[in-house]
Design a protein around this ligand. Structure first.
Ligand code: DOR
Ligand code: ZN
Length: 380
């Protein structure tokens, strides 16, 4: 079953002109070949795009009632997601991993088929034993948030030394280290580049540790990952591929695309796009969908975060199509991340239809990515 999401616009009115039965890469379905029902011939033709079920390797689901909405929303677009641990209190023990996973599964609609992949937050002093317990509870990654780097990161390590025992154990057991790669002491726009030296240090000290540098925002970070060994990979978000800093503050201030790391220049965005289009297995999708309620975002101290889960897939299909790189989309969304983490390939597929629609101004009490913008693809 394709995931059904007649939620956001044109899905209900669209004619499915071609069904992609097997999830074997992006397939532009030729409408002329796929119309079997003569009755459809008189109706407008629309292209369909079949994709293997996307994975999201970086997601914030939050807690409580809001989490229920966000989890259900994510499950409409993705088969699996790596859930971030920066809740309050953090997900940083085997008990909290098990409880959070149960809460997420309980929030999902019956038969959603969505699988939360669990991570834990690396806290100073974490022992090898703590780490092994997290792995036994099902965590596949530990997240390194430099202290103060982003939302709920005050308790993060100030240096890798503070989590060295846990990193030893992660290297030993194959648990992936996910890094929020920003030095909070550096000027805002230089934080990512400033942190690359620390990543080098971690790579030297733990030569077998698998590392994902999260949500790249600069050309320098993309080049750093591209030139690194295969055990170093990176996630790219939809918002860093779509927007630049000028979209956020070049005219009037748009707090809904204010995020960490901050959006950068058009040249940086170009480098990130080229990485996403490259077909290199080192670059895969992680939405960093990070919802904050509208009133918090439209306040005097707006937190960073873009709610991209509802719109990332249609927006990315539009971007890859416009750049003539649709063939690179399945690997980016549904192959490279799973391979890096040693997971089975996604099963199932989704189907998009060519169909202009305008993204609503609010979804789940949050202003979503691309709010008010016209997108060219929507879910079937
Ligand atoms: O913009 C962001 N928001 N970046 C992060 O790293 C964290 C996230 C959040 O949790 O709100
Ligand atoms: Zn994040």
């Amino acid at each position: 079953m394709p995931k059904g999401r007649d939620l956001l616009g044109c899905g209900g009115k669209a004619i499915v002109l071609g069904r992609v039965k097997q999830a074997k890469g992006a397939a532009m379905v030729d409408p002329k070949e796929s119309i079997r029902d003569k009755n459809l011939k008189a109706r407008p033709e629309r292209s369909a795009l079949g994709l293997p079920m996307p994975d999201d390797f970086h997601l914030h689901l939050r807690q409580g009632e809001a989490m229920v909405l966000y989890a259900r929303r994510e499950a409409l677009s993705f088969g699996r997601a790596l859930v971030m641990p920066n809740t309050l209190p953090p997900i940083a023990s085997s008990e909290s991993i098990s409880i959070y996973k149960k809460q997420i599964l309980a929030a999902l609609s019956e038969g959603s088929g969505f699988e939360p992949l669990m991570s834990f937050k690396l806290l100073p002093g974490m022992s090898a034993e703590d780490l092994r317990a997290c792995a036994e509870a099902g965590a596949i990654a530990g997240k390194y948030y430099p202290s103060g780097a982003t939302t709920n990161a005050a308790d993060g390590p100030r240096s890798p030394d503070e989590v060295s025992e846990a990193l030893d154990a992660m290297e030993e057991s194959g648990i992936v280290l996910c890094i929020h790669g920003e030095d909070p002491e550096a000027p805002s726009l230089g934080r990512e580049i400033a942190f690359l030296r620390q990543v080098e240090g971690i790579m030297t000290r733990w030569p077998r540790l698998k590392i994902v540098l999260e949500h790249l925002s600069t050309a320098e970070a993309a080049a750093f990952v591209a030139s690194g060994p295969p055990r170093l990979a990176a996630t790219l978000t939809a918002h860093h591929l779509l927007y630049t800093i000028d979209d956020m503050l070049g005219g009037s201030l748009n707090p809904h695309i204010f995020c960490k790391p901050i959006l950068k220049s058009a040249a940086d965005r170009r480098a990130l796009r080229l990485a996403a289009f490259s077909g290199s297995p080192k670059f895969f999708f992680g939405s960093d969908s990070a919802p904050h309620p509208r009133n918090r975002k439209e306040s005097a101290s707006a937190p960073g975060g873009v709610y991209s889960a509802p719109t990332a897939i249609p927006a990315l299909a539009g971007l890859f199509e416009a750049e003539g790189t649709l063939a690179a989309l399945p690997g980016f969304l549904a192959q490279f991340g799973a391979a890096f983490y040693g997971l089975a390939s996604p099963s199932g597929y989704i189907e998009l239809l060519k169909c202009d629609w305008v993204v609503p101004g609010e979804i789940d009490g949050v202003v979503p990515m691309c709010a008010g913008e016209k997108l060219a693809w929507n879910f079937a």
